[in-house]
Write a protein that binds this ligand. Structure first.
Ligand SMILES: [Zn+2]
Ligand SMILES: [Zn+2]
Ligand SMILES: [Zn+2]
Length: 136
């Protein structure tokens, strides 16, 4: 995981009143409606916003696109379900750079590089694959 580069620079942060949770919103990215928190034009979000965090995922339970699992949890009121093995031919991953959609199989074997535009994906995402896909 990358360090948070938004750390305060100078001065001790003073006690703030509790902020309201960030509100979820939608954004159209390459023709897909993405739901989540603080989505940028390449599908980064409030939770994952390094230069490499450029994929969105179609979440199995609602069939909607989200930048990440946490965005799904904040934008909906139900637990996410995972894509079963026999649905790995589903195009469930969106490259936020070029708009190419990958099947789950393609994503799990692409070695964190978009097969269409060669943009690098965050390799850490594959360690969270079990949140989205049925794995071994
Ligand atoms: Zn859902
Ligand atoms: Zn998120
Ligand atoms: Zn791409």
């Amino acid at each position: 995981m990358l360090p948070d580069i938004e750390a305060t620079s100078g001065g001790v942060p003073s006690r703030q009143p509790l902020k309201a949770l960030p509100t979820t919103s939608t954004r159209d990215v390459h023709g897909h409606t993405i739901r989540g928190v603080a989505i940028d034009p390449q599908t980064r979000c409030a939770h994952w916003h390094s230069p490499l965090d450029i994929i969105a995922l179609l979440i199995h339970c609602c069939g909607d696109w989200f930048p990440c699992y946490d965005c799904h949890q904040e934008a909906t009121d139900h637990p996410a379900t995972v894509w079963p093995f026999d649905e790995r031919a589903t195009e469930a991953i969106l490259c936020g750079t070029c708009g190419h959609t990958l099947t789950i199989n393609q994503y799990l074997t692409c070695e964190s590089t978009c097969p269409a535009c060669s943009a690098p994906f965050n390799p850490d995402c594959t360690t969270h694959a079990h949140l989205y896909f049925q794995v071994d």
